[in-house]
Design a protein around this ligand. Structure first.
Ligand code: SF4
Length: 966
């Protein structure tokens, strides 16, 4: 069949489908054979199953919970048994457009996992002893609520902390904490993305990019983004579309990832040299004057830069261009070659390609080099410099700020800011950190900076995910540091083993959340929902509590937090309960139906009309289709003129920042934005004057793109205030001759950090993590693929198998962080298909973990568990890493300088040994790199107020105690 025949077939199928009044989804086959069921028939869809049986389904949408992309899923709910039989893609979801990666459909494995936690559990012995007893939700809620209430009543709000791994709904938990008056939000972001975020934040005031891959001519990725990473399925499909159109793909990744195999140019740099490469490209654009001079003149804060850094020179754009050329002249291709090991000719070719993109350059870094290196945040800053030079910012095919392609609807209640500051999450040493110093928590507790009375871990597994996991075990088993540990989790984890309560939470098809992510130049919201509840409601059976339809007593968090908040403040006298009461029925609990009904009715423009056209309420519409696109083609919001109605008593600063007294107009979109400071008269910044017009500009202090960050300069980092190259802690000059750099951050595309030990399809595909070694290094060490090697870090070692490959640079080793799950001997919980059984014991001033058994087949409710053929589940390397907090971004710098040797006699696969005494020393050493607020703060505060913070305390809480102001 030729393409023309195919096109005719597609056209005919489309005509027939539309003639029946049904939705036409072309589907991957293009001839409608593999198309999606038309949405008009989602109530009753008949499908022939592989066994020949015809089954009738109700198709119910939700969103996937297995990474941050929030792709749409369609649950196939058997109308006869009312059970989910499979998950496929939701064609109505604007981000994922019906497609998923392997992890989406594997939600079914998680739901039916024979080892899942079905009931609330309380520890029966010592913490970590592995004995559990079933308790009722009431018992758990009452004890937890009483402890929180007592902490609040006794003026110890900082003793309550919520520590999140995979976030649910944007801002939901933050609002719960704000309602309690607690500055207790802690996240995983500083082991994940705060390096990348920091680089973007200093430029735009916003902490993420939104590359318009589909319309780009050149795509530059500093990541393995086609296979993993932020929004990878929605982005990957758009990158592939662009490539089909002829766009070129450049990938900087030291490792030959699956993504690199799809690149037109794969660059494998020395780890940590990425910013030098990007600056050499920038220098070439500047030197040959192939940058968008108008864009730079209008939108960079070059005037502020000249005024602050070169007041003696003429304050003109022409002079700035001279300074710019001088500033980057040293970044030659020869310098980049020396730093990166990539030849100057290759770099020149890549620079030519970048220059040819013009405004159609889409770029992205997330984790990767930004998360690996000391100063990694400058990788994001130098990458965005290329966009900013080419004017490829908020253009078709360029890179947008995330907030413009994201919609977070206003909720029914917005509690105020907590009145105090929590030093356990935002220690003074890191005034510019993008997020909480979460991975330092055990050390901060041991420093005596506070203690926790109630500590929630929520879909978070710091013992396994964070560096220095044994320090976490030490803290979690010390009841004077952590009074009550409550693990809110859908699956067993290494951290849950050290909890007092393990409370079962729902998977992506068992809970409510709202999501919106920047995946193209548009705005959408997706609705995660308990699909069995929605299915029953379609059949006319109202469901008031998710536990009625979920397996066992699995709950969803929204209902849990509402119930817990009521119990903390039973009579409403503490001012907490009012945020969790029905507005329609005062004195009654807020229901999730009212909560989401309120949002969809009042806060999502266009949704009520769309729903009414089908005779549905907005909530019914979202329950039926799962996602709604609010807008497409957002365009350059910074160029929008500020309406005259917003301009009252205007003042314009010397540098063109425009301030007004007009109150901020109410917007249904409450996407978190920074809060640039008012002027001396208290007017709020509203825009920026550009060529005589008042335009919206950027949410930075200057209102422009901040090539020069005055904040960085004033808060102790003048040498890093413009995009520059900072030498990594694993720079070749920092290494001993026999040391390699270990890249420990890459994902396996089919694994979900810490939550796929319950997904049999994924575990069968990928269940180990050998150490990638270049043949030259392998020959030097004397090992071949499959041999055991000992990898020695600053604080200990782990023993793993070697995999010899030319897919890695000489001098570099790599090991995926996705494997190596374990459960201690004697632990009654755990995931038997992907957790090794280990002996965990003290040794000197540290710990030793030894594998006792790999996985084996076992009998269960799922016959497939008898067919498990693998025994290996990989090695837990993160335990052997000390903490490396970047002194600016706060990011944990993951790369390690290691020695790799043949395994010693007595070493066994999976062994991990760590000296936690030494890990304390490394913590203190890195602390010395910090420039604490008490030494650098220009205004007596702990942190620049304008910077984003997930849960912002009241302004007064920002003041340093008087005694500590320099
Ligand atoms: S990319 Fe895969 S894991 Fe992530 S949300 Fe989409 S389907 Fe789920």
């Amino acid at each position: 069949m030729n393409v023309r025949d195919l096109d005719e077939l597609v056209a005919a199928a489309k005509r027939e489908t539309l003639a029946r009044g049904e939705t036409f989804y072309p589907g991957p086959s293009r001839i409608h054979l593999a198309a999606f069921p038309p949405r008009e028939r989602w109530d009753d869809w008949a499908a022939v199953e592989p066994d020949g049986a015809v089954r009738r389904y109700a198709l119910v949408p939700t969103t996937c919970f297995n990474c941050e992309s929030a792709c749409g899923l369609l649950a196939y709910v058997d109308r006869e048994t009312l059970q989910v039989r499979k998950f496929e893609g939701n064609p109505e979801h604007p981000g994922s457009r019906g497609r998923n990666c392997a992890k989406g459909p594997a939600t079914l494995n998680q739901v039916t996992d024979p080892d899942r936690i079905l009931y609330p559990l309380r520890r029966a012995g010592e913490r970590g002893e592995g004995r559990w007893q079933r308790v009722s939700w009431d018992e758990a809620l009452d004890e937890i609520a009483a402890r929180i209430r007592q902490a609040l009543d006794e003026g110890r709000p900082n003793a309550v902390m919520y520590h999140v791994g995979r976030p649910g709904e944007d801002g939901f938990a933050e609002r719960v904490l704000a309602a309690w008056g607690v500055d207790g939000h802690n996240s995983h972001t500083n082991i994940c993305s705060s390096g990348g975020r920091a680089g973007y934040h200093w430029w735009m005031g916003l902490d993420r990019p939104s590359p318009d891959h589909a319309n780009a001519d050149v795509i530059l990725l500093v990541s393995a983004h086609l296979e993993s990473g932020h929004y990878f399925n929605p982005h990957a499909q758009r990158i592939v579309e662009a490539k089909q159109r002829g766009a070129k793909l450049i990938v900087l990744d030291t490792r030959l990832s699956n993504t690199a195999t799809h690149a037109d140019h794969w660059l494998s740099p020395v780890p940590g040299s990425e910013a030098a490469i990007l600056l050499a490209i920038a220098n070439e654009l500047i030197r040959t004057r192939r940058y968008d001079r108008e864009f730079v003149r209008r939108w960079w804060n070059w005037q502020q830069y000249l005024a602050c850094e070169h007041p003696e020179r003429p304050q003109t754009f022409a002079e700035f261009e001279r300074v710019l050329a001088e500033l980057y002249a040293e970044y030659t291709f020869a310098l980049a070659e020396r730093e990166s090991g990539i030849s100057a000719e290759v770099l020149r070719d890549v620079a030519e390609l970048v220059a040819s993109a013009g405004t159609r350059l889409a770029t992205h870094v997330w984790r990767s080099a930004a998360a690996g290196n000391l100063g990694g945040w400058q990788v994001a800053r130098t990458l965005f410099l290329l966009n900013a030079l080419l004017g490829a910012v908020a253009t078709p095919g360029g890179t947008y700020p995330n907030a413009w392609n994201k919609f977070v609807p206003r909720p029914i209640y917005l509690p105020g800011h907590p009145p105090q500051w929590n030093e356990l999450t935002w220690p003074q040493e890191y005034p510019l950190a993008m997020n909480e110093l979460s991975f330092l928590l055990p050390h901060l507790l041991r420093d005596g900076r506070g203690a926790l009375d109630v500590y929630f871990t929520r879909v978070y597994n710091p013992v396994w995910t964070n560096p220095d996991g044994f320090a976490w075990i030490e803290a979690l088993t010390d009841e004077s540091l952590v009074g009550l540990h409550v693990a809110l989790t859908p699956t067993w984890s290494e951290t849950a083993f050290f909890a007092d309560y393990v409370l079962p939470m729902g998977h992506g098809s068992e809970r409510h959340d709202l999501h919106s992510y920047e995946q193209y130049d548009g705005q959408w919201i997706g609705f995660r929902q308990p699909v069995l509840r929605a299915a029953r409601e379609r059949l006319g059976e109202p469901v008031r509590d998710t536990r009625v339809v979920n397996p066992g007593e699995v709950w969803e968090e929204n209902e849990f937090w509402i119930e817990l908040s009521w119990r903390i403040d039973p009579d409403g006298s503490r001012g907490i309960r009012r945020y969790f009461e029905s507005s329609e029925r005062p004195g009654e609990k807020l229901s999730v139906d009212e909560y989401y009904g309120w949002i969809f009715e009042r806060s999502v423009p266009g949704l009520p009309e769309r729903a009414a056209a089908e005779g549905l309420t907005p909530l019914e519409w979202m329950r039926r289709y799962g996602a709604f696109e609010l807008a497409r083609g957002i365009g350059p919001l910074h160029e929008q003129e500020v309406p005259a109605a917003e301009l009252e008593d205007v003042a314009v600063s010397e540098l063109g920042r425009v301030y007004t007294r007009t109150p901020k107009p109410d917007s249904p979109n409450v996407v978190p934005l920074p809060t640039p400071e008012p002027d001396a008269e208290g007017r709020r910044p509203v825009g920026v004057e550009v060529d005589g017009r008042i335009l919206r500009g950027w949410p930075t202090p200057s209102g422009r793109l901040e090539f020069y960050s005055r904040t960085l300069a004033e808060w102790g980092w003048p040498e890093a205030a413009v995009p520059t190259y900072l030498r990594s802690h694993v720079h070749p000059d920092e290494l001993e001759p026999d040391q390699l750099v270990l890249i420990a951050t890459f994902r396996l595309p089919v694994q979900i950090h810490t939550r796929s030990a319950n997904a049999k399809w994924l575990d069968e595909i990928a269940h180990t993590n050998p150490l990638w070694l270049h043949p030259r290094d392998a020959a030097r060490i004397g090992v071949r693929s499959g041999d055991l090697v000992r990898v020695e870090t600053e604080i200990g070692h782990f023993v793993v198998k070697a995999w010899v490959t030319e897919g890695i640079r000489p001098g570099v080793a790599a090991c995926s962080h996705h494997m190596g799950r374990w459960k201690p001997e004697g632990e009654s919980g755990g995931q038997r298909q992907a957790m090794a059984t280990v002996a965990l014991g003290r040794e000197g001033s540290g710990w030793r973990l030894q594998r006792r058994a790999g996985v084996t087949p076992f009998g269960s409710t799922d016959p497939d568990t008898r067919r498990i053929w693998w025994t290996d589940v990989g090695v837990h390397q993160n335990l052997a890493f000390p903490v490396h907090p970047d002194p600016v971004s706060g990011m944990h710098c993951w790369h390690q300088a290691v020695r790799v040797r043949r395994a010693a006699p007595g070493d066994a696969y999976g062994d991990v040994a760590v000296d936690t005494g030494r890990s304390r020393e490394v913590y203190r050493r890195w602390l010395e790199r910090a420039r604490p607020a008490r030494e650098v703060s220009p205004d007596g505060t702990r942190r620049p107020y304008w910077l984003l913070r997930p849960l912002k305390p009241a302004r007064e809480a920002y003041r340093l105690p008087d005694a500590e102001v320099r």
